[in-house]
Design a protein. Structure first.
Ligand code: G4P
Length: 532
């Protein structure tokens, strides 16, 4: 095979990859949409199985609830399926009522995001947080306004809310025809065609679709005079006001907005067809050796997630790697700068719908799972040939803190081992109090549910019982500056003086207000959100 041939292959494979994540507030319909995308991608034949599996076991505790969530997250960290000549990699962003850094980190492996909003609720808090992460990374964002089959907010009001709350132009690509019970389909602005749908039994199969025009009598029949007129006025308005610009979408200045209903399948295929055409192919990533382009010959990738003990009986651990450049081949030997070693990769996995299988090759945008004997850490670079490291995955400032007490001191070794593993997975950060009398670790997390996850996993996987003492603090800052000024901070009165695992000084503060007071009082000190 010639080099030219190989690089043409690589370019073609890169160009047809679409790697994205769905972001949403719980209950907006992320799981339902995921399933419907699989249904339309022919990866499953009946919708309902993913949700059913998630609900299979009845929850008896929050931990069980987490496990249920893990039940789906484990098998579906990434779902890969072909669609119309494209290869789609859909990354799961575990979104419970709560956050973890894991969710944020997954977004570093995506090239675009689909934001699902509930049509009756608009932009909700969790969506906003996730949106901010996407926008910091410059990810193009598509918006699906879901649940149009239920009473919804006015579409123009929804667009307005996206613009004011999220600060980017919201350009509707289609327009809903009716809402609630009268929602019958959408008008596609690009083709000026109307897509009407019928519901199917339990919404499990692809909905029959009729392509027609705005003057189809069925529309006038089923809408009230007022709704009918409103529809025409709105569509007229859109053409005057809102123009879609692909470059603006790719630069994050615009979001392309679609209306639909994941439950009843209305508008989902239309969305998917547009998405594969408009979403970007894999992007380049920065590294300490300059930008790494997907079409660079040599394979490279980075670990964005580690999932340990997926099967408690085997104590296995899988590192999920986003392929960033070149072609990955099974049995390849790669550099692993963080251990200073070279590693052979004999059993990489890929993920199709709900199954995992050994993969022989993978391309930029794909995610591979590497079984590891705990040797990988979050953010690790793997590269063939040239040695370099990708820019570190940003850390997210923890907002909740608690001391974790090991109840049975005889199990201290297991306790430390478990904590180390969970920290490697990025489940939480660990601080130690500078005061030598208190050696109980302080867990620092982004979302409070993470506390329970850590405790429950220590108990079930390491047989260690722990007690949690929540702290009232809400901010951690890495404090640097002249020692005598650091000493003046009121460590004994409310602030906690702690160290991270590298021994750097971390102060725990009670509020933004308190922090800004000390920032003003001690201008020579710096209070950083993350370590250097
Ligand atoms: P999530 O992953 O974002 O948390 O949301 P999920 O898909 O689990 O959906 C949350 C609820 O919203 C589910 O109802 C789901 O059926 C419903 N839903 C999702 N999309 C639509 C839609 O387009 N229209 C309507 N009407 N409902 C939708 P549930 O009552 O919690 O569960 P179930 O009884 O349906 O299993």
């Amino acid at each position: 095979m010639t080099d030219n041939h190989n690089s043409a292959d690589l370019s073609r494979e890169v160009a047809r990859r679409r790697t994205f994540a769905i972001i949403s507030h719980p209950d907006a319909g992320k799981t339902t949409l995921t399933e419907k995308l699989l249904l339309y991608g022919n990866a499953i034949h009946l919708a309902g199985s993913v949700r059913a599996r998630r609900n299979q076991r009845s929850a008896t505790s929050d931990w069980m609830e987490m496990e249920r969530e893990r039940g789906i997250s484990i098998t579906s960290t990434v779902l890969q399926f072909p669609y119309e000549g494209y290869i789609i990699n859909l990354l799961d962003t575990p979104g419970h009522q709560d956050f973890s850094e894991d969710t944020y980190r997954t977004l570093t492996a995506a090239d675009s995001a689909v934001m699902v909003l509930d049509a009756a609720k608009g932009v909700e808090p969790q969506t906003r947080k996730l949106f901010e992460v996407c926008s910091k990374r410059g990810l193009p964002i598509f918006t699906l306004i879901n649940k149009m089959d239920r009473p919804a907010m006015d579409p123009l009001e929804l667009l307005d809310e996206i613009e004011t709350v999220l600060g980017m132009r919201a350009v509707p690509m289609n327009w809903p025809i009716g809402d609630g019970d009268s929602f019958m389909g959408v008008y596609d602005r690009a083709t000026e065609e109307v897509h009407l749908y019928d519901r199917t039994a339990r919404n499990q199969t692809i909905s029959p679709e009729y392509i027609t025009t705005l003057d189809d009598p069925r529309i006038a029949e089923r809408l009230s005079d007022y709704q009918f007129e409103d529809l025409h006025v709105n569509i007229g308005l859109l053409d005057e006001m809102m123009t879609f610009d692909h470059d603006d979408l790719l630069a994050g200045r615009q979001t392309a907005v679609y209306f639909g209903s994941a439950l009843t399948n209305f508008g989902i295929q239309l969305f998917l067809n547009d998405f594969v055409k408009l979403a970007p192919a894999p992007a380049m990533y920065s590294s300490d050796a300059g930008p790494i382009r997907p079409i660079d010959d040599e394979f490279s990738g980075f670990v964005f997630k580690i999932q340990a003990n997926m099967n408690p009986r085997h104590r296995d651990s899988v590192a999920f790697v986003r392929v960033c450049s070149g072609k990955f081949e099974r049995n390849m030997t790669v550099n692993h700068p963080s251990s200073g070693r070279t590693i052979r990769l004999p059993r990489p996995y890929t993920f199709f719908a709900e199954e995992r299988a050994v993969v022989d090759e993978a391309y930029p945008g794909d995610i591979i799972g590497l079984p590891s004997s705990h040797s990988f850490g979050i953010g690790d670079t793997l590269s063939e040939g040239r040695k370099f490291s990708f820019a570190p995955i940003p850390r997210f400032a923890p907002e909740h803190f608690a001391r974790l007490v090991n109840v049975d001191i005889g199990k201290q070794k297991n306790f430390l081992k478990g904590l180390h593993q969970l920290e490697t997975e990025g489940a939480m950060q660990i601080f130690y109090e500078a005061d030598a009398m208190r050696r109980d670790p302080i867990l620092a997390v982004v979302g409070v549910l993470q506390f329970e996850v850590v405790q429950a996993r220590l108990e079930s996987e390491y047989n260690v019982e722990t007690r949690l003492q929540r702290l009232p603090h809400s901010l951690a800052r890495w404090v640097e500056g002249p020692e005598e000024q650091i000493e003046l901070l009121p460590w004994r009165y409310g602030l906690v003086r702690a160290q991270d695992r590298d021994g750097a000084l971390v102060g725990l503060f009670n509020s933004e207000h308190e922090l800004s007071y000390y920032e003003g009082k001690y201008p020579d000190l710096s209070f950083k959100q993350t370590p250097d």
